[in-house]
Design a protein around this ligand. Structure first.
Ligand code: JET
Length: 268
C-alpha cells in the first residue's frame, strides 16, 4: 500500500519508523511518502493560512496551496505506477467516525492520501473539489478536538497498517480482534495474564491454569461480556440476540442485578 501525507509538520510522523509500522515499511508492505505543505507556497513567508471569511477566531488553511500540493502528489504517485486515484482522508472532529470497519475498508485500498489540517481547518472548497474527482473522506477519530490532524493520521495508519497482509505474524491474526466477526464480535477484550501465577498476592484465575479449553473459552466470553457491560453498555444493547446463549443471558441478568443493588445503596 502507498500512503502519502501532506502536512506542515512532516517530522511529526517519525514514529512510523518504529515497531510494527517500521517493520512493515522495511518489508515494503507500507510505502509512506511525507510531504511539506509549505513546498507548494509561492511567497517568501511560505504562508498556508489566512483569516476566515465571515469573521471569527483563528485562521483557515488556504485552498490554493492544498490544491497544488494534492495535484502534485497525485502526479508523483501516478509516475510511480499507481494506476487509480488515491482515497483522500481528512481528519476532522466533524467527520464520520473512524471504526474498525473503516480501517478494514482502507486496508483494501492500494493508495491513501492523508491531509491533516492545522488552525481552524482547511477551506471547505478543497474537500468539495476533490470530492468530485476522487473518494474524499472527512473522518473523526473521536469526540475531542486536537491541535491538528497529524495525531489522527498516526492513529489511522497504525489501525490500517496492522491489517495489511504480512504485518502481523501468522501466529497473531487479526481474526480475533474485539470488533472482528465471530463468537467474540462486538465484545471488548477481557483480562489477560502471564507468568508468574501469583504476583504481589494477586492470583491468575485458576481456570486459565486448568488446560480445559472449553471452560477457558467460556470463562473468557463471560469476562468479555462483563467488561463490555461495565465499560460500553451500548455495545451489549447492539449485540445480535441470537448470538447470546442461556449462559450469556444469566451473566447479563446477574450484572444488572448487581448494578441495581449498587445503585440502591448509593440512593437509599
Ligand atoms: C480530530 C479528528 O481534531 C481533530 O482533527 C484536527 C482538526 C481540528 C480542527 C479542525 C480541523 O479541520 C479539518 C478540516 O477538514 C476539511 O478542515 C481538523 C478530532 N477527532 N478526529
Amino acid at each position: 500500500m502507498r500512503v502519502d501525507i501532506i502536512s506542515i509538520f512532516p517530522e511529526y510522523f517519525a514514529p512510523l519508523d518504529v515497531s510494527l509500522m517500521g517493520k512493515a515499511r522495511e518489508r515494503g508492505i507500507l510505502d509512506i511518502h511525507l510531504h511539506q505543505l509549505r513546498d507548494w507556497t509561492h511567497d517568501v513567508h511560505k504562508t498556508v493560512d489566512d483569516t476566515p471569511y465571515g469573521g471569527g477566531p483563528g485562521m483557515v488553511m488556504k485552498p490554493e496551496v492544498w490544491g497544488e500540493a494534492v495535484d502534485a502528489v497525485i502526479e508523483q504517485g501516478r509516475a510511480c505506477g499507481q494506476d487509480a486515484l488515491p482515497r483522500l482522508i481528512v481528519p476532522t472532529p466533524s467527520g464520520r467516525p473512524f471504526t474498525q470497519a473503516v480501517a478494514l475498508e482502507y486496508a483494501e485500498e492500494p493508495w491513501l492520501l492523508f491531509a491533516p489540517a492545522r488552525y481552524e481547518g482547511i477551506d471547505s472548497r478543497v474537500v468539495a473539489e476533490y470530492g468530485e474527482r476522487l473518494r474524499a473522506d472527512e473522518v473523526s477519530i473521536g469526540d475531542y478536538v486536537l491541535a491538528g490532524g497529524e495525531a489522527a493520521v498516526l492513529v489511522m495508519i497504525e489501525a490500517v497498517g496492522r491489517l495489511l497482509p504480512g504485518v502481523l505474524g501468522n501466529a497473531r491474526s487479526v481474526a480475533d480482534d474485539s470488533f472482528a466477526p465471530g463468537p467474540m464480535a462486538n465484545l471488548l477484550e477481557g483480562p489477560v495474564y502471564t507468568k508468574p501465577p501469583v504476583w504481589r498476592g494477586h492470583e491468575v484465575p485458576e481456570v486459565l491454569l486448568s488446560g480445559h479449553h472449553g471452560k477457558i473459552a467460556r470463562w473468557r466470553r463471560d469476562q468479555a461480556l462483563r467488561r463490555t457491560l461495565a465499560m460500553r453498555p451500548e455495545l451489549v444493547a447492539r449485540l445480535d440476540r441470537d448470538e447470546l446463549d442461556k449462559h450469556d443471558l444469566r451473566v447479563i441478568e446477574e450484572f444488572e442485578e448487581q448494578r441495581r443493588e449498587g445503585t440502591s445503596r448509593q440512593t437509599p
